[in-house]
Ligand binder design. Sequence first.
Ligand SMILES: Nc1ncnc2c1ncn2[C@@H]1O[C@H](COP(=O)(O)OP(=O)(O)OP(=O)(O)O)[C@@H](O)[C@H]1O
Ligand SMILES: [Mg+2]
Length: 361
Amino acid sequence: MDAGTRDIKLSCRHLWKVYAAGAAPYFKSEVASAEAGELSRRMREDGAIPAAVDVSFDVHQGEIFVIMGLSGSGKSTVVRCLSRLVEPTYGEVLLDGEDLLKASQKELIEIRRHKMGMVFQNFGLMPHLSVFDNIAFPLSLQGVPKAERIEKARRVIELVGLEGRETSFPRQLSGGQQQRVGIARSLAIEPELWFLDEPFSALDPLIRRQMQDEFLRIQRTLKKSIVFITHDFLEALRIADRMMIMRDGMVVQMGTPAQLIVNPADDYVAEFTEDVPMVRVLTAKDVLDKSQTPAPCMPQQDASCCVEELLPLLASQRAGIAAVEDGKPIGVVTAASVIAALAHQDQERSSDSAPAGVSAS
Ligand SMILES: Nc1ncnc2c1ncn2[C@@H]1O[C@H](COP(=O)(O)OP(=O)(O)OP(=O)(O)O)[C@@H](O)[C@H]1O
Ligand SMILES: [Mg+2]
C-alpha cells in the first residue's frame, strides 16, 4: 500500500531538542529549515547539545516507520519527544491532528495510558514486580477488570515465549528475557501508536528473527502505527514500510529501505546499506525476463516476492515462474534473469553512480 495515501497518525514538524542550560534564546524567532545546520553548529560551539535538529516526518496509519543512525545520533531523543517523555525544545508533534505539546500533564497521562505503547532501550521494568505483574500493571492503570487483565497478560506472555517465568523478577532474567517482558507489557494495552526503541537488540539472532516474525504477524492483524528504532539495516529491510536515517540530530535521508539501498543520499547512508544482500531487496518485478511471456503451466508468485524467496522454486522450474500483480501475470522470472539483475546491481554498487532501474516502491 502506498504510505502517501493513508491517513497521518502522527506528525513530527521541525522538532528540536537541545540539551543546554538555556536553549530558549535560540528560538526567539521562527527557525527556517535552511538555517538548521548552521544553528546547530553554533549551539555546539556554545557547549549545548542539539540532540534533535529540525526533525520532520509523518507516520501513517498502520505504517511501520523505522529510525536508524549511529549511536548518539538522536534516535531515542526523537522517539521520547513524540510521547513527551522528553520535552521538545521547539517544533510540533501532532497526534491525530491535535498538538501534543499543548496537552496538559493530565491529558498526557491519559494519552500515554490508552493510546501509546512504549518499549524502551533499557527495558524500564519495575524491579519489585514479577514478570506477570509488570505486564498486567498498565492494564490496571487502564481500569481493566481483573479477569480480563489476567487473560490479556497470559496471552501476551505466551506470545513472547515467557510461559513458566511469570513469577520471576526482572533481576532473575537475562537481558533478552527482560526485553520480552517490555514488549509484552507494551502490547497488552493494545496501543494505537507503538514506539519501540531497539526492542530486539538484546536478543540472540535466532530469537530475534522469531520476534521479528511475531512482530510482523501481530502487525498484520492489529495494524498499529509504529515508530521502531534499530541499528540493523537487515531488520529495517524486513519490517519497515519507510525509514529515516539520522546523523548528529539531523535527518539525512527518508524513504523505503529499497530506495535507500538503491539510491543512498551519501556515504553515511551507503555504509548502513552496503552489507544488505540484493536478493533480499530485489523483487520478482525487478528481475523479469523481458524476452518471455508467461505460460499457463508456469507456477505463479506474487510480483512483490523477494528474489531470495524465489530461489528454491527457480531451482526446480527451468522454464521460469510467472510474476503476478493484482491477479494478472505481468512477466516471467528465470534463473538467468535473476543472475543478470544481480550482476547489474553489483556493478552499480561498485561504481559510484546512482543506480537506476529498480522499483523501490
Ligand atoms: N539528558 C541528557 N542530557 C544531555 N545530553 C543528552 C541527554 N540525553 C541524551 N543526550 C545526548 O543527546 C544525543 C543523542 O542521544 P540519543 O540517546 O538520542 O542517541 P541515540 O541515537 O538513541 O543513541 P544510541 O544508539 O546509543 O541509543 C547524544 O549526544 C546524547 O549524549
Ligand atoms: Mg538510543
